[in-house]
Write a protein that binds this ligand. Structure first.
Ligand code: ACO
Length: 428
């Protein structure tokens, strides 16, 4: 590689490719002309070395454990900001002025109700359906209700659908919960904060007034901030890929929710708490550490390891601190927290985890907090989806606004049979 050019020699052909630099982070080799000039594709399953887009939203330095949204460190945002402010930042690129934040929050709270007919969708699901299954279905169904904001080429439509998605997701998430416990849906209230309103819609009942506990509201809001965006992860890439065909935003976000559900991604918080429950007491930890290291055992330490972070996930640091705050506010404790702390300590001193640079990720402690607040484990990934919707929407908007945007269409290395003639059924 030399002076902003990379050269590649393969099959006797040599080509020069431009090297592009971002603001920070690794440079990229622009291989777009590779196939045209050499007839070769690159091969990178899982995109471990491939940048799929330009993006100015979120930056991660996995080696250093840094996460920036529009340049602002996640620790500062979690400490001083609110989810509404971070949402504005992700969508618009700058922190809002007080007036801008007020207008934005007002707009979001005025879109929190869902079409009344959407409520009838829920009764089509079994009561024991996983709420993520309900989320995929109901969020996708929004496109059947809000036809007036699905022209993706129109910036105003994109803005309205973005606001609708951010505003309605908490209502739908709370409805999914209410349906599973057989309680009536609770309508949103505009005088509450985004997060306070969500807590009330989830835990409130018509029989009595629901009091939002400020410390819990703050902790929940912080959890939303910590999950708001994470650059080109699997679900965000799914949203971008779905959106690249011009699909409507509600359908794209439903695709993101489906991808997030997987245990290697958003489903890990549910899996992490289930794992801690299975381990139970600290004396059982060595047995599970041994299983995690055994190549013949599929067991992995859930909430540990990350494709990008090869250092402590900065979100896990904030999450660990938040556990104590919630315990103090609710005057509760959970022996699983002690087990988690001890598990972290043991793993971080074990050569296997040290060599592979496996550290706790955001999901390791979040389940303990959510469980203390009162959420069942099946709701954990729903909360992640709720918070990540703003990131998905911001990334989707960025992609559609990019004049160079193309439909996403990866290539492959074909390993099936070469062309052959059809054999009639009676000759097989
Ligand atoms: N426990 C034990 N070993 C692990 C773990 C783990 N949690 N994570 C990775 N490893 C090992 C792998 O076995 C592999 O070992 P090898 O090189 O000897 O084959 C090595 O570390 C690298 O792991 P990969 O799976 O190749 O790394 P990748 O970047 O593809 O995976 C992932 C990252 C999926 C997050 C992985 O670490 C994992 O499965 N963790 C548990 C699930 C989890 O917590 N997911 C949440 C991610 S954060 C989020 O989505 C919000």
């Amino acid at each position: 590689m030399s002076d902003n050019q990379a050269s590649l020699t393969a099959d006797g052909k040599s080509i020069e490719m431009p090297v592009r630099s971002g603001t920070i982070g690794p440079d990229v080799i622009d291989i777009r002309k590779l196939y045209g000039q050499t007839g070769l594709f690159t091969y990178d399953p899982g995109f471990t070395s491939t940048a799929s887009c330009d993006s100015a939203i979120t930056y991660i330095d996995g080696e250093e454990g840094v996460l920036l949204h529009r340049g602002y460190p996640i620790g500062q945002l979690a400490e001083h900001s609110t989810f509404m402010e971070v949402s504005y930042l992700l969508l618009n690129g700058e922190l809002p002025s007080p007036a801008q934040l007020d207008t934005f929050s007002h707009t979001i709270t005025r879109h929190t109700m869902v079409h009344e007919q959407l409520s009838s969708f829920f009764s089509g699901f079994r009561r024991d359906a996983h709420p993520m299954a309900i989320m995929c279905g109901v969020v996708g169904a929004l496109s059947a209700f809000y036809h007036d904001s699905t022209d993706v080429a129109d910036p105003e439509h994109r803005k309205i659908s973005s606001h609708r998605l951010i505003a309605k997701i908490p209502t739908i998430a709370a409805m999914a919960y209410k349906y599973s416990v057989g309680q009536p849906f609770v309508y949103p209230r505009n005088d509450l904060s985004y997060t306070g309103n969500f807590l009330r819609m989830t835990f409130g009942v018509p029989a009595e007034e629901y009091e939002v506990v400020p410390a819990v509201e703050r902790a929940m809001d912080r959890i939303f901030i910590l999950h708001a965006d994470h650059e080109q992860n699997a679900s965000t890439s799914t949203v971008r890929l779905a959106g690249s065909s011009g699909a409507n935003p509600f359908a794209c976000i439903a695709a993101g929710i489906a991808c997030l559900w997987g245990p290697a991604h958003g489903g890990a918080n549910e899996a992490a708490l289930n794992m801690l429950k299975e381990i139970g007491t600290p004396d059982k930890i060595p047995e599970y550490i041994a299983r995690a290291k055994d190549k013949n055992d599929p067991f992995r330490l859930m909430g540990f390891g990350h494709r990008v972070y090869k250092n402590y996930d900065p979100r896990a640091t904030v999450m660990q601190k938040t556990v104590r705050e919630v315990f103090d506010a609710l005057k509760v404790s959970d022996p699983l927290f002690e087990t988690a702390l001890r598990l972290e300590e043991i793993a971080l001193n074990d050569p296997y985890f040290v060599e592979k640079k496996l550290f706790p990720n955001v999901d390791f402690y979040s389940g303990i907090i959510l469980s203390a607040i009162g959420f069942p484990t099946t709701m954990f990934t729903v909360l992640f989806a709720l918070a990540r919707t703003v990131g998905w929407v911001a990334q989707w908007n960025e992609m559609i606004s990019d004049p160079g945007q193309k439909i996403g269409r990866p290539r492959q290395l074909y390993t099936g049979p070469a062309a052959r003639d059809y054999t009639p059924l009676d000759q097989r």
